[in-house]
Design a protein around this ligand. Structure first.
Ligand SMILES: Cc1cc2nc3c(=O)[nH]c(=O)nc-3n(C[C@H](O)[C@H](O)[C@H](O)COP(=O)(O)OP(=O)(O)OC[C@H]3O[C@@H](n4cnc5c(N)ncnc54)[C@H](O)[C@@H]3O)c2cc1C
Length: 316
């Protein structure tokens, strides 16, 4: 027996626009269960029917609520539980799904109630295909990527404080910055992404100059964040990284494999700079510039009124 309520689990990562849209598609009242700050709970109050805030101690990671949240789901039996695809959210969804006896379904793009079941669409194979599936009401635990637009504000919903048991097994003992500036690529209007066409880390400065002229966030392909560690992990775009939906995505010296471009499908305009006319990105963009990035990037920066700084490595 389910309540018809649709839950959206929210951590302090507020990139839940698409999760909210999927939840709304199910037709029932949407309740946000916020595991994090009261500020996050208040932020959601105008866009959902109800907010329930699970306050946690500062030294307790949100994942510590996983078992308590799962018990709550088992007791209250919401029709569906939705969350974003961030690491913390996935841990919480996993615990809920395990308790309800079902799987977490990832990369969901839409869901609707049909013939007494929840029918949903999700992408598979790194964005290469779309599948339609049906899942029982009460068993639907859905992970949805991205979305910074939380939807139209309406009446402000009440925020109820909720106590759930949190595990005492993990306590934060210290935290220190790892020297990467945190970024919210999901809401950026202009993004400049770089890839392995960049020969040296010092050359990032050259692309950063261009990004600054464009008022853009700087992003990258996965190898530059995982492996090379030139960028923080929150700066790579793709199926296992960030999803972006900017007005302009300027893809510089990256091949545009499907695992990368599936994170940039939402871009209104993609311009690619690559010295290989046969690179996959060249047929998956709106405007392709066949050029050596070490010439094109400084030239564009200069054209936009910046100093035409050349790379430190000279492209070697
Ligand atoms: C399960 C799985 C998940 C993955 N998830 C992701 C993901 O989320 N995000 C992601 O990005 N990747 C992901 N990958 C990796 C992905 O498949 C590619 O290997 C990766 O995106 C390639 O990065 P790149 O384009 O920077 O490098 P490359 O493929 O090496 O491309 C470099 C490009 O630079 C061009 N170039 C070289 N020199 C110049 C120059 N001087 N001027 C202009 N252009 C130049 C080359 O022509 C080439 O096209 C995943 C892979 C797997 C298997």
């Amino acid at each position: 027996m389910t309540t018809g309520q649709v839950w959206v689990i929210v951590t302090d990562d507020l990139i839940v626009g698409n999760a909210l849209a999927v939840a709304r598609g199910l037709g029932g009242p949407v309740t946000a269960l916020v595991v994090g700050s009261r500020q996050t709970a208040d932020r959601l109050a105008p866009v959902v029917s109800q907010v329930r805030h699970l306050a946690i101690d500062q030294d307790t990671p949100a994942e510590s609520c996983a078992a308590g949240l799962a018990d709550l789901a088992a007791a209250e039996a919401p029709a569906a539980v939705v969350g974003n695809a961030g690491a913390t959210s996935r841990a919480l969804l996993g615990a809920v799904a395990a308790r309800l006896g079902g799987p977490v379904l990832h990369h969901v793009t839409s869901a609707a109630l049909k013939d007494g079941q929840i029918s949903l669409v999700r992408t598979v194979g790194g964005g290469l295909a779309e599948v339609a599936e049906a899942v029982d009401v009460g068993q639907a635990v859905l992970a949805v990527r991205g979305g910074s637009d939380l939807g139209e504000a309406g009446a402000t919903a009440p925020v109820a404080e909720l106590a759930v048991t949190s595990s005492s097994a993990v306590r934060l003992t210290s935290a220190q910055s790892i020297n990467h500036q945190a970024v919210e690529l999901g809401s950026a209007k202009v993004v400049v992404g770089v890839g392995r066409g960049m020969k040296a880390q010092a050359d990032v400065a050259m692309v950063r100059d261009l990004a600054e002229r464009l008022g853009a966030e700087l992003a990258c392909s996965r190898p530059l964040a995982e492996g090379a560690e030139w960028f923080g992990h929150d700066r790579y775009i793709g199926v296992s990284g960030q999803t972006i939906a900017p007005d302009l995505y300027l893809a510089v010296g990256l091949s545009g494999q499907v695992q990368h471009l599936s994170g940039a499908h939402g871009a209104k305009l993609i311009i690619a700079i690559n010295n290989d006319p046969d690179a996959p990105v060249m047929t998956n963009c709106d405007l392709a510039m066949v050029a050596d990035l070490y010439q094109a990037v400084p030239a564009l920066t200069a054209a936009l009124g910046g100093a035409s700084g050349v790379s430190e490595s000279g492209g070697k």
